[in-house]
Design a protein. Structure first.
Length: 272
């Protein structure tokens, strides 16, 4: 309850970065760096299971266990990347959202992607119903966690992603979403349009690759309240691992291991 209240208050003013750990260890490391809140990443977690980041790759039980592991590892509010709720029908979606709240998450996000190439987004009326169902499920728990509604128009290759996002995010805001999010938008002007359209509700922006000029201060000037990095930190870790492993396999040299973070540093962080 206190984590949920704290997380909600963080959305009231200013702009904060919400990095995305994929397990307890990465969560604790981010906590030690001074971040005020964290968010899980479906992609980062899926990769640890040798799975792709698709709608049906991860089982609900595994996702809930991952959220709970991260929640219990740190004394910080944690937002759950809950994809599309792991359900098609509204009743099951409500049950799943309730179970996610019970992990101790301070927030959760619901996206409108279907995983169907032919119809990649839920029809708008249905997508709004899903946000309403998630909101109602949260209200029944009595825990004021932050509900983030995501429009995936950029990620599914929509022909007019801004127009689609504006129509959907405003509808999701009216349906009870506390925070609005369109992953993939990078243009400052488009970001400003989204912020204005859903105001006074807060907006999350994803920065998962370097974007010239798109710093925290710039996003704050645009009115953005929350910045997440999605799977980026996990992919940075994979890149370092892959580079070193590839060097060993191809050259027989172990020089690449010289870039490793010192054992004593990690051991110290994770020691009681």
């Amino acid at each position: 309850m206190s984590a949920a209240a704290e997380f909600r208050a963080m959305h009231g003013s200013g702009c904060f970065i919400l990095p995305n750990p994929w397990d307890a260890g990465s969560a604790v490391y981010l906590q030690r760096l001074g971040f005020r809140a964290l968010a899980t990443t479906s992609a980062g977690f899926a990769f640890t299971r040798a799975l792709p980041d698709t709608a049906d790759a991860l089982l609900l039980e595994a996702v809930l266990a991952n959220v709970k592991e991260i929640v219990e590892a740190v004394p910080l509010p944690v937002n759950a990347d809950f994809q599309s709720g792991y359900a098609e029908d509204l009743e099951t979606l409500s049950v799943n959202v309730t179970r996610c709240v019970r992990t101790g998450a301070a927030g959760l996000s619901i996206e409108d992607a279907t995983g169907n190439v032919a119809a990649p987004l839920y029809e708008l009326t249905r997508a709004v119903e899903r946000v309403r169902a998630a909101r109602a499920a949260i209200e029944k728990t009595g825990i004021p966690i932050v509900l983030t509604a995501r429009c995936e128009s950029w990620l599914v290759g929509d022909r007019d992603p801004l127009r689609t996002a504006l129509a959907r995010l405003t509808a999701y805001a009216d349906a009870g979403a506390d925070c609005l999010y369109a992953p993939g938008v990078r243009d400052p002007g488009m970001i400003a349009e989204i912020v204005k359209a859903v105001a006074p509700k807060p907006v999350n922006v994803l920065v998962s690759t370097p974007v010239p000029g798109l710093s925290r201060s710039r996003l704050e000037d645009l009115g953005v309240r929350r910045i997440s990095v999605g799977s980026a930190l996990s992919r940075v870790a994979w890149q370092a691992f892959a580079r070193a492993a590839r060097s060993i396999a191809e050259t027989g040299s172990f020089d690449a291991l010289g870039d490793a973070i010192p054992f004593s540093e990690l051991n110290g962080i994770f020691s009681p």
